[in-house]
Design a protein. Structure first.
Length: 211
């Protein structure tokens, strides 16, 4: 199994940070992705990161935020789909790591917790992957957010989920505009557990698809 790990946004994306600027989503997500890649490889699982650099190449940068965002998303989708062509779509999964936010106003809010998203046209394997990571988060005591008692994942219309050719999920790892969540995310325990739930969820999925 090949695991493609998705990093969140880029440094030039407006917002995407805690109100006190201690947590920058693009930086935090890349730190988690790097550690997760190392852990997976320790278990013999090949892992790749879609965009490691904090920003797009200079020749792709533009003052037009929408255009730059589109270029970034296309890079991610193309990267994952190239892996699918090389190794086969059934042998690749994509896990994109993010932090949630209640508002974009630079203020602290009360919303908190952890959730996982799938495409609005998600495959059965995407849903299985989401459930495996959800169960790992729940087992580690995270406050998990879900749309209903029975459904563990939120369908969402996102390009990196809709247009990738393999099972794909996006995790929202607590809220970057909730002070308690930010304190936890930046703690040694928090970082360890965020990596751990992704690692355990992915390994559970791999075991299930082997059967």
């Amino acid at each position: 199994m090949i695991v493609a790990i998705g990093t969140p946004h880029r440094l030039r994306e407006p917002g995407k940070q805690s109100p006190d600027h201690r947590l920058r989503e693009c930086i935090y997500g890349r730190e988690i992705a790097s550690e997760l890649k190392t852990k997976l490889e320790g278990y013999g699982v090949r892992a790749f990161i879609d965009i490691e650099a904090l920003d797009l190449p200079l020749n792709m940068q533009t003052p037009n935020v929408s255009l730059e965002r589109s270029r970034e998303l296309n890079l991610r989708v193309n990267y994952v789909n190239n892996l699918c062509r090389e190794y086969g779509s059934d042998n690749v999964i994509y896990v994109s790591i993010h932090n949630d936010a209640m508002g974009a106003d630079g203020k602290w809010h009360d919303a908190n917790g952890w959730s996982v998203r799938v495409s609005t046209k998600a495959s059965a394997k995407s849903k299985m992957l989401a459930e495996c990571i959800f169960d790992a988060a729940s087992d580690h005591g995270f406050k998990v957010r879900k749309p209903s008692q029975k459904q563990k994942y939120w369908p969402q219309n996102l390009k990196v989920l809709n247009d990738t050719d393999c099972p794909a999920v996006l995790t929202e790892n607590l809220f970057q505009d909730n002070k308690a969540d930010v304190d936890y995310l930046l703690s040694e325990e928090g970082r360890h557990n965020i990596v751990r739930i992704h690692l355990e969820g992915i390994l559970r999925y791999i075991e299930k698809v082997k059967v």
